[in-house]
Write a protein that binds this ligand. Structure first.
Ligand code: ATP
Ligand code: MG
Length: 296
């Protein structure tokens, strides 16, 4: 992807100041200069990106200083799972951990809403992936007020300001993470309602895809407009310079993967990663070990 060095693919979709952001600025079917029929060019670019990512991850791990947190949010069938699988296919599994956030358990609900996510943060030197995240607290919980009612918060703390308060809490949390060396990058895979329908039909019509379909998916689809409104608000209020959102066109899976890979590479390259420098003393010890092995 070196040819995009001066104008990276992912920069077209990066929102680092949410003020005035509108979801309709980004076309879910966009593929920029890649032509949908030229899948070979895209596959080559992705393979190069995956290789570059592996090099960078090796340094990230060796340097053991920064952690990277990649947050994925999307409507059902937008391609979160496939994107995570493809983009991370080249990285060393030891340096990478994926956490999926489903409906919270009773224990989770007995704590503040960031509690369960905080336990899953990547260690230094690692890449952590959140497949859904604490952002659900401003999405599904906002679209379905009955979920908020079940959270058993003190009633006097649940008012009209709750969403702006949650956005502020999340911004501050991400500031805190940035100041602790956790580099946060957030991805909203933006699929169109039309393409979701096509993918749902495929899941229903192909037996080997049936397992991916759940009746709840159709129910959530009927709240499409409310979800888009919640996503737009979320991006407006939580896209910042150090924790940007990428609103990634998701009607073409191959393009989604290219953009996400490019954004991850961009994040890693911004860190000036380097292998730890070996001290003179350690170098002498290595030379001694080398000599001993040769003499064995
Ligand atoms: P799949 O691709 O396998 O369907 P998924 O991420 O959709 O993966 P599901 O088990 O289908 O997984 O759904 C998880 C559900 O958990 C989603 O509907 C999501 O909205 C819900 N969820 C996640 N976090 C919360 C939360 N904090 N409060 C309430 N519901 C949540
Ligand atoms: Mg699902």
């Amino acid at each position: 992807m070196t040819n995009h060095h001066h104008h990276r693919l992912s920069h077209h979709f990066r929102i680092s100041d949410g003020d005035g952001f509108r979801l309709d600025q980004i076309d879910p079917a966009d593929t920029l200069h890649f032509h949908p029929s030229d899948k070979q060019a895209a596959a080559t670019a992705l393979a190069e990106g995956v290789e570059r990512m592996a090099e960078l991850q090796d340094k990230l791990y060796a340097q053991d200083r920064w952690a990277v947190l990649l947050v994925f949010q999307a409507m059902d069938a937008a391609g979160k799972d496939g994107t995570i699988k493809h983009v991370m296919s080249g990285v060393n599994p030891q340096g990478c951990q994926v956490s999926s956030f489903k409906a919270p358990s009773a224990v989770d609900l007995d704590h503040d809403f960031l509690w369960r996510a905080n336990q899953c943060l990547p260690e230094r030197g690692r890449i952590g992936i959140f497949n859904r995240s604490y952002y659900e607290e401003t999405l599904v919980v906002r679209v379905h007020p009955e979920i908020l009612a079940r959270q058993t918060l003190p009633p006097e703390l649940v008012g009209d300001a709750i969403w702006s308060e949650r956005f502020r809490d999340i911004r501050h949390y991400e500031d805190y993470l940035a100041r602790n060396g956790v580099v946060v990058r957030k991805f909203f895979l933006h699929v169109s309602k039309h393409e979701q329908k096509r993918r749902f039909l495929e899941r229903l019509e192909k037996p080997e895809k049936n397992w991916k379909f759940s009746a709840a998916d159709i129910r959530e689809r009927s709240y499409w407009a409310q979800y888009m409104e919640a996503y737009e608000q979320m991006i407006r209020h939580t896209a910042t310079q150090h924790s940007p959102w990428y609103v990634v066109p998701a009607d073409h899976k191959w393009f989604t993967r290219l953009v996400v890979a490019d954004a991850v590479i961009d994040a890693l390259e911004s860190l000036n990663l380097a292998y730890p420098v070996v001290s003179e003393q350690a170098r002498q010890a290595l030379a001694e070990a080398h000599r001993q092995l040769l003499e064995e």
